[in-house]
Design a protein around this ligand. Structure first.
Ligand code: ZN
Length: 389
């Protein structure tokens, strides 16, 4: 089967150029000599590639440094302040966008608030109007390298299709094709938790880790699995649906929106508390520590369920880090989080106890995460090869 060529594939660089670009991004400042050593390419090939990248203003030269032997070495870095990307957050009640440079400095923003998305074309129309407004704020549209979209819900990131858009149920919403043909820029779409994982693995508290899990307890529950520095998407792009682990039974058995019952998300997420107990996170938090023991009892069951689910996950996947985050965890940061951290060693085999648990208290803005997706695609040789092969 031949794949249709898209504007993003037109931007495909040769594998060698991608290798060099990746090294400058991840290890810069770096000299041409070091680039040749680390890439295994000849000096001449490196020089040709670097000249092209300098001409396109994608990399820049710094002050030459003294070298112990031979000529002075000129350090090369990515010209991050003059490369831009647009990040869009698609939520049920708003579409928010921001224009950032590759240092993540925000240069503009735009937002459309709505009562409810009516259908796919309504969503697309709003997204385009946010992008159009941001394009007007771009200092130099030529330097815009792509559009990233963060969407809560299930996303087929390979095809750029949202399988279950927020508030629209199971109505697939194709974003990449229409947006790439309208703007002539690469467009990347990803689920919000996968994006958070990519961002933290690239810049944040998971940098340096190769095998890790991100768990977000928020409106819903989402998970992302990074194995050998690759995001595991699963055969139908829904890997990491940790919220549907079966965790409750008996009087705590509630039907889940997935069609099953007893899923972790039915009590361990904000939407679950609202649907099944008819209360907000704040009210639940207050009642758990009140005189009334009934809520404390539910809280204890939730705590046990999270503990077991995370323990089983660690036993199964043997990650070096597990990062937990989200408003639900934040509300119980003095109780649930320390309990989880202290109990994990007794729940996993000795061989898995090297795992480090991290509580990420403040998440970056979704638009920033979406920009990170564009940056990741531009400089990651593995992703480039996978996307355009
Ligand atoms: Zn479920």
């Amino acid at each position: 089967m031949t794949r249709e060529r898209t504007p993003s594939s037109k931007m495909m660089k040769s594998a060698n150029q991608q290798k060099v670009l990746h090294l400058i991004f991840s290890e810069g400042p770096i000299s041409r000599v070091e680039l040749a050593e680390k890439s295994g390419l000849t000096q001449q090939t490196v020089t040709n590639i670097v000249n092209r990248l300098l001409q396109d203003d994608i990399v820049k030269e710094g002050e030459p440094a003294e070298s112990p032997v031979g000529r002075k070495r000129v350090p090369l870095t990515v010209n991050a302040s003059s490369l831009y990307a647009i990040g869009i957050e698609v939520a049920g009640k708003y579409i928010r966008g921001a224009l950032h440079n590759f240092h993540y400095h925000r240069l503009g923003r735009a937002e459309r608030r709505i009562q409810k998305l009516q259908d796919g074309s309504h969503a697309l129309e709003l997204i385009q109007s946010v992008i159009d407004e941001l394009l007007e704020q771009a200092p130099d549209p030529e330097r815009l390298k792509g559009i990233g979209l963060s969407v809560q819900g299930l996303v087929d990131s390979g095809q750029g299709v949202v399988l279950r858009p927020p508030g629209l149920g199971w109505t697939p919403l194709s974003l990449r094709k229409p947006l790439e043909s309208r703007y002539g820029l690469p467009v990347y779409t990803e689920n919000d938790v996968n994006l958070l994982s990519l961002y933290e693995n690239m810049n944040g508290c998971l940098a340096g880790s190769s095998n890790n899990i991100t768990l977000k307890f928020d409106w819903g529950i989402g998970g992302a699995i990074m194995a050998d520095n690759r995001l595991i998407t699963g055969s139908t792009f829904v890997a990491g649906e940790f919220g549907h682990y079966k965790s409750f039974s008996g009087e705590d058995l509630y039907t889940c929106h997935c069609g099953a019952a007893g899923c972790l998300t039915t009590l361990a997420s904000i939407s679950g508390l609202s649907s099944n107990l008819g209360m907000s996170l704040e009210a639940f938090e207050a009642d758990c520590f009140s005189e009334d023991p009934s809520y404390r009892e539910i809280f204890n069951k939730v705590q046990d369920a999270i503990r077991l689910a995370v323990g089983n996950l660690i036993t199964f996947l043997n990650p070096d880090h597990v990062m937990i985050t989200g408003r639900y965890m934040e509300a119980f940061s003095d109780t649930l989080v320390p309990d989880l951290f202290s109990s994990i060693p007794s729940l996993v085999p000795e061989t898995c106890r090297n795992v480090n648990l991290i509580h990420l208290r403040e998440m970056p803005e979704e638009t920033e995460l979406a920009v990170g997706l564009v940056i990741k695609h531009m400089f990651d040789p593995v992703l480039q090869v996978r996307l355009h092969s």
